[in-house]
Write a protein of this length. Structure first.
Length: 424
């Protein structure tokens, strides 16, 4: 395969994961009330770390790297915890939790195959569904123009969001393959062009951004280590590992390269190490992106050098804040419409995982009902645990933790204790 083709295919993989890669820092930056300069850094460092994490994983080393054509990006499952920790504790606590959870994943990588039995689809599906539902208020606030914004709910905001969502739906309905994979990105571009015609696009962040900068460790301050924050991020990391395991096996089958427990451990170790470094540079936890697996299957191109190119391109983008700032010209209602679609897909992913499990038994139906009911309920009424000791109360006030614990405990009770193991 010639160099031009390799670069083209690598860029195609970048486009397929780009929407998710930039949406996460945009949402988190907005949720934490960051300035445009800070959000620009957040987008740039995230792109940089996506590239670093991808190269870690594609590289077949002695201790790290699954050695398959997999692309890594920031995980949507971490959105709610990161915003919650940042607003209720501190930004330093976010990065302390990311570093600690990444280190824990590195430590347990060799034995995670034994722990994974506690995270069957009935558990992970419940967690993913809770996360997707808990994200929707953020999406709808942005559709209306942004929480607390002047003109919140104005008709022009709703029209702009509707146009964006319609474009996304039309692309999904009438295209296949790669175009469908970037439907949300296309919708955001079209929505931003319409926003420009409506006079609601602001290019100031691009004008103020530098063309080049060096990445900087602890950009937002030194990490802080709080037990409840670390527990939350570690749970999220474990759920991500379960999802990554499925991606590893899918790529193994596509590439006709069998993997064993040592390969899985190297893959887990790469994700943990990427999260540790991501925390140091104030980025995010990283996981496999399934949309890129679909692209590998669709194109039939399985060479790892293509994904190396994707990683290098992402790293280069991380040094160019001017390009990162372009993401901030996207009008808030357009971003909100894209979030509705993305978060809706997170929910449907969880529902897909749960459908077969609920059909298996009424016990599984009860596990899902209690886990989602508690998880979403606590997210809506976090003050329910206000009278408990502070550490316990803070931990249980996170709906993801409460829902996850409920799903894990009930799965053990119904499917593991006194029965043959239902899951390998």
């Amino acid at each position: 395969m010639n160099n031009a083709k390799v670069i083209t295919l690598g860029f195609q993989h970048l486009l397929a994961m780009y929407t998710g890669a930039v949406l996460v820092p945009l949402i988190i930056g907005g949720g934490l009330g960051m300035t445009t300069e800070q959000i620009t850094y957040l987008v740039a460092i995230d792109l940089f770390m996506c590239g670093v994490a991808t190269i870690f994983q594609v590289w077949r080393g002695k201790y790290i790297g699954i050695g398959l054509p997999v692309v890594l990006g920031c995980t949507f499952t971490a959105l709610t915890p990161i915003i919650t920790i940042g607003n209720s504790v501190s930004i330093g606590a976010i990065y302390g939790a990311i570093i600690a959870s990444g280190f824990i994943i590195v430590v347990i990588s060799g034995v995670f195959g034994n722990i994974v039995k506690f995270f069957p689809p009935v558990v992970t599906g419940s967690v993913v569904t809770i996360i997707g539902i808990s994200l929707l208020p953020t999406a709808l606030n942005n559709v209306a123009g942004g929480q607390g914004a002047e003109g919140f709910g104005a008709s022009e905001n709703l029209i702009l969001a509707a146009i964006t969502l319609v474009v996304i739906i039309v692309i999904y309905r009438f295209t296949t393959g790669f175009l469908r994979a970037i439907a949300i990105l296309i919708g955001m571009v079209v929505g931003s062009i319409v926003g420009l015609l409506m006079g609601v696009v602001n290019f100031d962040p691009v004008a103020k951004a530098d063309w080049f900068h060096m990445v900087q460790p602890f950009y937002f301050g030194m990490p802080e280590f709080h037990l409840e924050s670390i527990v939350v991020m570690t749970l999220i990391a474990m759920v991500s590992l379960v999802e990554s395991t499925g991606v590893y096996y899918a790529l193994s089958d596509i590439c006709k390269k069998p993997i064993n427990s040592k390969d899985l451990a190297k893959g887990y170790r790469a994700e943990g190490l990427a999260s540790v470094i991501g925390g140091i540079f104030n980025a995010f936890p990283y996981t496999t992106y399934s949309q890129n697996v679909g692209l590998v299957k669709m194109t039939g191109v399985k060479e790892r050098n293509v994904i190396f190119v994707t990683g290098i391109l992402l790293i280069v983008l991380g040094f160019l804040p001017k390009l990162a700032a372009i993401t901030q010209v996207v009008p808030t209602p357009v971003l909100g419409a894209a979030m509705v679609a993305m978060f809706g897909l997170v929910i449907t992913q969880g529902m897909t995982m749960l459908a077969a499990e609920i059909a298996k038994s009424v016990e599984n139906a009860l596990i899902v009902a209690c886990a989602i009911g508690l998880g979403v309920g606590v997210s809506v009424v976090p003050g329910i645990f206000v009278e408990l000791p502070q550490t316990i109360g803070n931990l249980l006030s996170n709906g993801i933790v409460t829902g996850s614990l409920a799903a894990i405990v009930l799965n053990i009770l119904f499917n593991m204790v006194g029965k043959k193991k239902a899951y390998n």
